[in-house]
Write a protein that binds this ligand. Structure first.
Ligand code: SF4
Length: 108
């Protein structure tokens, strides 16, 4: 009999990330979990990683979602859905060049 329990982790909501002073840590944890599950690694340069995470948090505060820190948010919600991190482009970008546009996620 399998005694392992399936633990479903809750993705932090944008409100949690925005309201909490632990937002940066929570976002990092969430991105790390995604990278692990998708077979990628996170940007190893701590300074660049911090800049990218700060950019995403600023986008949550300014635009209400985890928009890409390296792309322009147009204000058109439908169009901007494509650039909520991880964006619709990252898999192809990582496949082709080894990293996403922002270099947040990299090939292992
Ligand atoms: S390019 Fe990278 S950091 Fe930007 S939204 Fe896509 S996955 Fe996230």
């Amino acid at each position: 009999m399998d005694t392992k329990k399936s633990v479903k982790r809750k993705k932090p909501s944008n409100k949690d990330l925005q309201d909490s002073n632990k937002g940066k840590k929570q976002l990092l944890k969430s991105l790390r979990r995604y990278a692990r599950s998708a077979g990628y690694k996170l940007q190893p340069d701590k300074k660049l990683l911090d800049t990218l995470i700060t950019g995403e948090l600023n986008n949550i505060k300014k635009h209400g979602d985890r928009y890409c820190p390296c792309r322009r948010v147009s204000g058109n919600k439908e169009k901007d859905k494509n650039i909520i991190c991880p964006c619709i482009f990252h898999k192809d970008e990582i496949k082709k060049q080894g990293f996403c546009h922002c270099r947040l996620f990299l090939k292992k």
